[in-house]
Design a protein around this ligand. Structure first.
Ligand code: GLC
Length: 421
């Protein structure tokens, strides 16, 4: 066979195969039904392209995954290709991530909400493509509020009162295990989210302002934390000081809480076919400290990025492009309540039907509180840890809110001096 004929025969033999079958790794979260939903997307891409995906299961509490990422990336490991990234990790990990601007079309990028693209961009480098957007929401038992003739609370004081009234009524009626309000009180990143919601919605700010000034030592923030401390043992089980998202979700979904603070995915799990609370759950923006304040759900956008040390760049880009694309975002919104970052999907009738809370909790999406990760960059982790540890101490009654925030502000000043933001 001539060289040419040989080449033609080879081309023909390969025609049914993808140009270059490859294996890429992907990190999927294991929170709620997220692993199955993530895997279904990866499998669909693999079928379509003839490539393979090796999935790494991330812990449900995301900040447990961060040290693993930091280890893999600082060792320049070639085992990590496509990474699921929390919005607050972008500044920390950006140096180890590829700039996607060069490899994605302008239209591909521009279809996402500008704020989410901005959150994934550092010094002009798009290192994290938006995948789904999230905000802290208030889930409540519609049936129980109706039974006790209570409106959906708009302020924290109303929530405190309603949670107590319904809890006491239900306990008297024999449901001894019910609590009024559950949330994430463990000493971890999730508590930074919950607590920033309390402070920001009470006019007490978001720890550090967008110019980098430390603002947390103020009376409104202290008042918000003192109120939350008062919930523990009254409307919130003391065990909540060890709850993450999944711990609090299971209390609510087994019927043992009137209100729950959590992310949108709980709509997907609580309303899945056959779940005990189907039809009994409402979703609203989180309450405010006083009329006129902003609802301030914590902004929790998830992004996808590619490690700079990948040896499978083309396949990794193809997978990222597929996962963050319109069809896959639509499927994930309907299957699991993962809110799209693609603006056009908010006009899609199927998406709107599957996610009625987008309308009910509109304020929550419009008024998100942003954690100070962009301004503090690589110091964010230390800032957040100092904050959630201080808050955890207040919730547990170790320290009063006022003095705790004063000490926190001093610690943050030291972190700021070292981090130079
Ligand atoms: C969710 C959010 C993320 C946040 C985390 C806290 O995963 O998307 O932004 O950091 O919860 O537990």
């Amino acid at each position: 066979m001539s060289g040419l004929a040989g080449a033609a025969a080879l081309l023909l033999a390969n025609a049914a195969l993808p140009a270059r079958a490859d294996t890429v790794s992907l990190f999927c979260s294991s929170s709620g039904s997220e692993y199955e939903i993530c895997k279904a997307g990866a499998d669909a891409w693999a079928r379509q392209t003839g490539n393979e995906v090796r999935i790494n299961k991330m812990p449900a509490a995301w900040d447990e995954a961060l040290p693993l990422y930091q280890q893999l990336l600082s060792a320049q490991s070639t085992d990590a290709d496509v990474l699921l990234l929390d919005v607050v990790w972008v500044g920390l990990l950006q140096k180890n991530l590829l700039d996607l601007n060069a490899d994605l079309s302008k239209d591909d990028i521009a279809q996402h909400f500008p704020a989410t693209v901005a959150a994934g961009t550092v010094n002009g480098r798009l290192v994290a493509l938006p995948w789904y957007t999230d905000t802290g929401l208030m889930f409540y038992r519609k049936d129980l509020l109706a039974k006790y003739g209570k409106p959906v609370p708009k302020t924290w004081a109303e929530l405190t009162e309603t949670a107590k009234a319904v809890q006491d009524g239900e306990r008297a009626a024999g449901n001894k295990d019910i609590w009024g309000y559950v949330w994430q009180g463990k000493s971890y990143e999730g508590l930074t989210c919950d607590a920033i919601e309390w402070t920001a919605s009470s006019g007490g700010g978001t720890i550090i302002d967008d110019k980098g000034a430390i603002t947390i030592d103020n009376a409104k923030a202290a008042g918000a934390l003192a109120l939350a401390h008062g919930w523990v043992g009254s409307i919130t089980p003391p065990g909540a000081l060890n709850y993450d998202e999944e711990g609090s979700r299971s209390v609510f979904e087994t019927g043992n809480a009137v209100f729950l603070r959590n992310w949108a995915y709980v709509w997907g799990t609580s309303q899945a076919a056959g779940a005990p609370l189907v039809g009994k759950v409402g979703v609203a923006a989180l309450p405010v400290g006083a009329a006129g304040e902003r609802s301030s759900g914590c902004m929790g956008t998830a992004h996808l990025g590619i490690s700079k040390y990948t040896r499978h760049k083309d396949a990794a880009l193809s997978l990222l492009h597929f996962l963050a694309g319109k069809d896959e975002q639509k499927r994930r919104a309907i299957a699991g309540a993962y809110n799209p970052t693609i603006a056009a999907l908010y006009d899609d009738a199927d998406v709107l039907k599957a996610l009625p809370f987008l309308k009910d909790a509109e304020a929550a999406f419009a008024e998100s509180a942003v954690r100070p990760s962009a301004i503090t960059g690589s110091s964010y982790n230390r800032v957040s840890q100092a904050f959630f540890k201080a808050v955890h101490g207040v919730l547990g009654g170790d320290t009063e809110a006022g003095p705790a925030l004063k000490t926190l502000a001093e610690d943050l000043a030291t972190i700021k001096a070292a981090g130079k933001w």
